[in-house]
Design a protein around this ligand. Structure first.
Ligand SMILES: Cc1cc2nc3c(=O)[nH]c(=O)nc-3n(C[C@H](O)[C@H](O)[C@H](O)COP(=O)(O)OP(=O)(O)OC[C@H]3O[C@@H](n4cnc5c(N)ncnc54)[C@H](O)[C@@H]3O)c2cc1C
Length: 562
């Protein structure tokens, strides 16, 4: 399109990336970015690490400045400028210069909205007391750091166990502050499935974090000595020096709503594949928009930096691109990673919870899942660490639907492989064949991503049928434990038969032929060898995926599991 005047609302992830791409595409378009806050292009994702004193200079959070935008890109960035209204008839926006109160209008040929999201601050009694914070901007971060210094904070309560809450827990602890996480759900990281979150719970507890799950905060008060008190749904009162609220975000849509731009069912601004809104001259990107889930095809709102940046580029291409039809945004997969006190947690695509929701409305066919615990690199090379992975795939075609992983090293690399596989509609058969980097310090000749594919294809081909611990209470199956005697002695299931793998061929007559046998070891590998022996001797046999380790993980979230 012939766009002489491009205006952009919001100057951080989506807005800044759209502006920079737009300039690379057109030297002649006048580009103005309005940013309500005092900074553009700052590193929201780095804010928790400034609180933790890992990033020590506030200036390091500024990825670019208005001066850089002006000098390098000839882009007019106006900070402290709030866009109050869009006049779609005249194609103009009304802007308030916050420092002076001056109000003026600017006309556009194309307008891009990237106003982001806002943190939810529940309307609880006492929520406005000093010492209760949300963390979303550099000024928020400054307030938190000042409070920590001024009050010599020793105890903090983090409300909400999503990724911002967990990153804040890590960083507050890094400052020597004792942290309690209060989470309303039975698990942290709601994007993961509960048995995978169990590993995070264990890790947090081992690191000394106090974790209150299935607990809501009902209000706050301040005691005479200035200490804050958080009242919990359990009836307990938590004394603390500060509170960090991280209970979720909502898309900022006021401008769009007021202008009559279509809003979607998930309350994000509705856009097409090229990020165009219901108004032909207005595009929208980032946390504020509703796009399509790449796996399910359903509308969704996913507040992450990667999609915001890519969508900014897509919008600029759609407005100013010269290479024919601009590529469409492929949708979001919610690929995310979070570091928690040395542990890495990552996921992409649908969770099992998400798949089950879709199955209730018949929008998803049969699926299977597998668990595995490969090492991040060759076990003979020092410091190999276990990665626990979950792979969810459709049956019988093996299309990858989602993957989750936790561990101390190499986690995000495998989830990135899965993310690309999902984007390309790949199957577990493709994972089996993927040719990935290998040297002993980096991986294995069968990389964990290959292993996931191999385990899954064994399931689909019938070489290694799987079952899962939550199905055990309702099954008429005999459990066979093929671990070594020392492992058995450390803990085992009641009523399980114990035959170590190495003795199995000699003790087949101890096993029933009229009942299914569900086999497990510690992580699932020896039990796989065992079921290959047993299947070839005519037993009805299944591998309990993920082994005893997944039994421990499932126990917290599975009532009825012995
Ligand atoms: C603490 C924290 C940590 C995060 N960590 C990660 C991470 O590790 N990985 C990840 O993928 N994502 C992370 N995110 C999320 C990520 O930062 C967002 O998804 C991303 O910034 C969204 O980009 P956006 O352009 O939609 O909105 P933003 O980057 O939030 O920018 C929107 C801007 O628009 C401005 N604005 C709004 N309305 C107006 C108006 N009317 N006029 C003028 N200006 C306006 C706002 O002031 C804001 O600065 C994190 C977010 C936070 C807060």
């Amino acid at each position: 399109m012939d766009c002489k005047n491009l205006l952009i609302v919001g100057g951080v992830a989506g807005g800044a990336s759209c502006a920079a791409r737009a300039r690379r595409l057109s030297e002649t378009t006048r580009i103005v970015v309005f940013e309500r806050g005092p900074y553009v292009s700052f590193a929201n994702c780095g804010l928790p690490y400034y609180v933790g004193n890992v990033i020590t200079e506030e200036d390091d959070l500024l990825v670019a400045t208005p001066e850089l935008f002006r000098d390098r890109f000839n882009i007019d960035v106006r900070v402290g400028s709030n866009v109050r209204r869009i006049d779609r008839e005249t194609r103009a926006v009304e802007v308030e210069e916050l420092a002076t109160g001056r109000i003026y209008t600017e006309s556009y040929d194309a307008l891009v909205l990237s106003p982001g999201s806002e943190p939810i601050r529940p309307n609880l009694p006492g929520v406005d007391l000093p010492g209760i914070f949300t963390l979303y901007t550099i000024p928020d971060t400054r307030r938190v750091v000042q409070w920590i210094h001024k009050k010599q904070v020793k105890r903090a309560v983090v409300i909400g166990g999503g990724f911002i809450g967990l990153e804040m827990a890590e960083n507050l602890q890094h400052r020597g502050i004792a942290v309690t996480i209060v989470e309303m759900l039975p698990q942290v990281m709601p994007a993961m499935d509960p048995e995978m979150a169990w590993f995070i719970h264990e890790h947090l507890r081992n690191k000394g974090v106090s974790l209150c799950l299935e607990t809501a905060v009902t209000g706050f008060s301040q005691m005479d000595n200035g200490t804050l008190q958080a009242a919990l749904s359990t009836g307990d009162l938590l004394d603390t020096d500060m509170v960090l609220m991280s209970v979720g975000v909502r898309p900022r849509t006021e401008l769009a709503v007021e202008a009559g731009i279509a809003i979607g069912q998930n309350r994000g601004i509705q856009v097409d594949g090229r990020m165009r809104t219901s108004d032909r001259a207005i595009w929208a990107v980032g946390d504020a928009v509703e796009t399509v889930d790449a796996v399910s095809g359903k509308a969704c709102v996913v507040p992450l930096a990667g999609p915001a940046n890519r969508q900014g580029r897509t919008a600029a291409d759609a407005i100013l691109g010269t290479a024919g039809a601009a590529p469409e945004f492929r949708g979001v997969q919610a690929t995310a990673v979070c570091g928690i006190m040395g542990m890495t947690v990552a996921a992409t695509g649908l969770s099992e919870k998400g798949v089950e929701r879709l199955r209730k409305t018949s929008e998803m066919g049969p699926f299977e899942k597998i668990y595995l615990h490969p090492n991040d690199h060759a076990s003979y090379y020092p410091d190999a660490q276990t990665i626990t992975m979950k792979l969810i795939f459709s049956k019988p075609d093996g299309r990858i639907l989602g993957a989750q992983a936790v561990g101390l090293a190499g986690v995000e690399k495998r989830i990135d492989v899965m993310a690309m596989a999902i984007q390309k509609n790949a199957t577990v058969f493709d994972l089996e064949e993927a040719e990935l980097c290998y040297a002993p310090q980096y991986g294995s000749a069968k990389d964990p991503a290959n292993m996931a594919g191999m385990v899954a294809t064994n399931v689909l081909h019938g070489y290694a049928p799987v079952v899962h611990w939550p199905d055990l209470p309702d099954a008429d199956a005999r459990v066979l434990d093929v671990r070594d005697p020392e492992e058995w002695a450390e803990g085992h299931l009641p009523d399980a038969v114990h035959i170590p793998l190495n003795d199995l061929r000699d003790r087949l007559d101890e096993l029933p032929r009229d009942r299914e046998i569900w086999v497990h070891c510690y992580v699932g590998q020896r039990s796989y060898y065992a079921i290959r022996i047993l299947l070839q001797h005519g037993f009805q046999v299944k591998n309990i995926s993920g082994g005893f380790l997944m039994y421990l993980a499932f126990r917290e979230s599975t009532p009825g599991l012995p």
